[in-house]
Ligand binder design. Sequence first.
Ligand SMILES: [Zn+2]
Length: 260
Amino acid sequence: MPRCLSHLTSPELADAAGRPGSTVVWPWGACEQHGPHLPLATDALFADQLLDQVLDRLPSDRPIWRMPLQPFGCSPEHQGFAGTITLPATLLIDQVVAVGRQLAAAGFQRLVLFNAHGGQIGLLQVAARELRAEVPSLAVLPCFVWSGPTGIAELIPEPERRGGLHAGLAETSLMMHLRPDLVGPLPPADGHRGGTPPAGWSLEGAVPTAWMTRELSASGVIGDPRQATAALGSQLAAALVNGWCELLDALLTSDWPQSG
Ligand SMILES: [Zn+2]
């Protein structure tokens, strides 16, 4: 595992934290049902493996280290399916603030939350603001793995681009590429239950609803994975890794956050 913070000794960590622009990336997953064909750790595995590929490719002199994977997240929308383990939002906010406070005290200047679970984007943004308010010296960047890199949407055709929210074409293809041994037989489409949101509203996006998976899907899949391929997964991985290499390198070669 490249650039692993917890593999450093205490003196090595003190040196790392003291470097100008010292940055920690914390990969965030979840433990939640991903339909009958993908593992519970799907989001966790994506955050973990994509981050390692990104860190492997960044120039070796960049002051960046990764935290161990956060394996549990906030997934109340997937309750009712075996295997989903969700933690309270307040506990996770407290965890981010407590860890971030101590990273800042050690001397680190930036914390990137590298999150692969769409259901905790808002929560980590709130946690990041709480942390910033308490520790203004620490830049906090709450990122969602699937947002930011360009070229992702172009690889996913409609209606899957908007409707493939969970264990659909994109996630299934990416897992076929990264860990084909963990992909089971593709499920038949089970269709959406519970109708569609009112005109102008949507499950996600500008005017969202707080959906629960069991209201939408019997299988736990929201989307259609039946056209998934490892080849598409390879294209998605390339776009994600390239995109995050560019974004993180832009951060690492900047003077963000400017004091004042
Ligand atoms: Zn997922």
